[in-house]
Design a protein around this ligand. Structure first.
Ligand SMILES: [Fe+2]
Length: 658
């Protein structure tokens, strides 16, 4: 490793065993430095017990272009929030006009930022780049362009607005509607969407078909599994099954033909055990069981029965019901209980624990153990962009006391934190590699459950990444011996086991094993995170479709419930607005698509510099070509199925940064 390769570590990556003594000394020095910057702690506030970085090092702070994207989304939400509050007052007073002025201002800011982004990213020429730099400097000089400052600006805007509206309320002798709990109709939730579009789910979520689709194309396709027997805790009779599925079907034939699928939220029992509280109201998480079937000769799931808690003695079974049936509202309430469970399972486990927090460990271990000139450091770095920063922000602002998760999720915040932490530590790395996961859940064979968009598209992404990683690894590791001789890789593995507490992680001794491990890391940071992150905006921003808490208990006697009780399970409007804001924000930031390998800093040089990787028709070229083919395949699939776009490569960011 020459001095030049110290300056350009990505030009000629080397394995430690292939370096001479002085080169190895340089590697050690660089790693020692890096270890001072990237240190482990499992005592970070709000995520105690989870291996995290002690701090967010300078190099991990977000780029200006990322901040601009987030700022843009924040302004869209500010505009909508203001419009929604104005709408609630329905008055043409002077104050209203003043607020309308603020709204127009925000709109102008959005337009200017959007224009700058388009100019900057799509037509990068010197003039426009200069304009961007001037604009950014201006914002920086005002001290208002950091993530924290942005949050403060947004908060201040809301406070100002509250103050203005408070005056208005006093004048009108009225209480703002957003502060009331009682919801009269769904129209009130729909009216939260003023300047941002009402998501399509608002028109379909009450249908059983839409409820079933959540399992295979929603935010959490990770829980549904094919069952070989009906569990004892779900005492479904043949007569009950046939009442839903018809007398020509039976439990036995459905089981033998792999047509029965179960959602079992048993892991949520811990959250369901203790209700939460907000504004003097009690809120609940549920740990239901929901059974689905594929009707004979059909390809999609339909719901069969829901039991709103784990114990059948206290939780009766509820069954699908038509609008004119006396059990219709009980059935809608049962589905809502499942959706509350889904929201908690999704955000705390599938999203936070199994993507964000798992990647935190790999980010830290890579910086600590693989020198900058190590080929696997070069491969993985772009996959980690923004992760330490966003995870730190999530710990501080999303799951802290008083945070959104505290307010509109059901369980007391400490319990939610503990549940997420436990799930992260129980996440078995090898068992959750896509092929093993699909096999374990009995959903690998498309013959049994043909309509499963997430599974079908995820397999394309897994394969594409697996081939890219395989080609990359074979450039630097000539055989299995080279894997075993790599002392930095061995240290990386040991660090992930001991300090990263990655369950199931073990020494890597084969090239094929190394390829699987790296595929899992990159797939989790890209495709899997996109599949669970981006449904937040179209599917989770409308609270009647899915919410973090039930604000009433689950239904008991199926026939005694009313529409009013169903509406009472939904969040108070002000928490509904919080949910909208969070889900919309988290589901709107698309920074750098998979395969877009550039440095994050001006002038955005290409990340990979080794000719064996970037040569024409080399590994990177092939990967980019495959991603285009995957994009095309998914687009073609979407012409013959209900569109599922979360795994289009163009919509999968290259790292977890939101
Ligand atoms: Fe995320």
């Amino acid at each position: 490793m020459s001095v030049l390769s110290t300056l350009f570590p990505r030009r000629n990556p080397t394995l430690p065993q292939n370096d001479n003594t002085s080169e190895q000394t340089r590697r050690h020095k660089q790693l020692n430095e890096s270890q001072r910057n990237y240190a482990w702690t499992d005592e970070l506030e709000n995520v105690v017990g989870v291996p995290m970085a002690t701090k967010v090092p300078y190099d991990e702070k977000p780029s200006q272009s990322w901040l601009l994207l987030v700022f843009d989304v924040g302004l869209q939400l500010a505009e909508n929030l203001l419009a929604a509050r104005l709408n609630n007052h329905r008055t043409n007073s002077k104050e209203n006009k003043k607020l309308q002025g603020k709204l127009d201002n925000i709109h102008k800011q959005i337009q200017s930022i959007t224009t700058l982004q388009i100019e900057h990213f799509d037509k990068p020429d010197a003039d426009l780049t200069e304009k961007f730099i001037v604009f950014t400097k201006e914002l920086l000089s005002q001290g208002s362009f950091s993530f924290e400052a942005m949050l403060q600006t947004f908060e201040k805007l809301c406070d100002d607005l509250d103050a203005d509206l408070g005056d208005l309320d006093a004048d009108l002798g009225d209480q703002a509607k957003t502060d009331e709990h009682n919801i009269d109709s769904l129209a009130e939730f729909r009216s939260l969407f003023q300047t941002i579009p009402l998501p399509a789910i608002a028109d379909t979520f009450m249908d059983d078909q839409s409820f079933a689709r959540f399992r295979v194309a929603g935010p959490n396709p990770m829980l549904i599994e094919c069952i070989k027997s009906i569990p004892a805790k779900l005492p479904l009779t043949e007569a009950q099954y046939q009442a839903v599925m018809g007398s020509d079907d039976s439990i036995a034939s459905a089981l033998s033909e792999n047509r029965l699928y179960l959602l079992d939220y048993t892991e949520l029992d811990y959250l369901a055990a203790v209700p939460g509280e907000a504004d003097g109201l009690t809120k609940h998480v549920f740990a239901p069981l929901a059974l689905f079937a594929v009707p004979k000769g059909n390809s999609s799931l339909v719901p069969v029965a829901i039991q709103c808690g784990q114990d059948p003695a206290t939780n009766p079974l509820l069954f699908p019901a038509e609008k004119d049936s006396p059990t219709f509202w009980g059935w809608q309430m049962a589905k809502f209980a499942v959706q509350v469970a889904e929201c908690n399972y999704h955000e705390l486990f599938v999203h936070l624990a199994r993507t964000h927090l798992v990647l935190e460990a790999f980010t830290i271990a890579t910086h600590r153990n693989l020198a900058e000139t190590h080929p696997l450091n070069v491969l993985l770095q772009p996959t980690f962009y923004g992760t330490l920063f966003i995870n730190n922000a999530a710990a501080k602002f999303l799951i802290s006391p008083g945070s959104p998760i505290d307010q509109f999720f059901g369980a007391p915040i400490k319990r939610s934190q503990q549940a997420a932490g436990t799930d992260r530590l129980n996440f078995d790395f090898y068992a959750n590699m896509l092929p093993a996961d699909l096999e374990r859940r009995g959903i690998a064979d498309p013959q049994h459950l043909p309509d499963f968009p997430w599974r079908d598209d995820a397999q394309l992404l897994w394969e594409a990444i697996h081939t890219w990683v395989g080609n990359y690894v074979s450039v630097y590791y000539v055989d299995d011996e080279a894997v075993i001789a790599d002392t930095e890789l061995a240290a990386w593995t040991e660090d992930l086991i001991l300090n990263g507490k990655v369950k199931g992680f073990k020494p890597i001794v084969l090239r094929t094993q190394l390829v699987d491990v790296l595929t899992m890391v990159i797939y989790t940071a890209t495709a899997q995170h996109a599949a669970v992150n981006f449904p937040q905006r179209p599917l989770m921003s409308y609270p009647p479709a899915i919410a973090g808490a039930g604000w009433q208990v689950a239904p008991d006697e199926p026939a005694k419930h009313t529409e009013k009780q169903w509406l009472e399970m939904m969040p108070p409007l002000k928490y509904g607005m919080d949910q909208l804001n969070i889900m919309y924000a988290l589901g709107s930031v698309y920074y750098r698509a998979i395969g877009d390998y550039r440095s994050n800093h001006f002038p955005y040089r290409h990340w990979f510099e080794d000719d064996s990787i970037i040569k024409k028709d080399g590994p990177l070229d092939q990967f980019l070509k495959t991603l285009k083919e995957v994009e095309n395949t998914i687009n073609v699939r979407n012409t013959t199925r209900i569109s599922y776009e979360f795994l289009l490569p163009s919509k999968i960011p290259n790292s977890i940064n939101i």
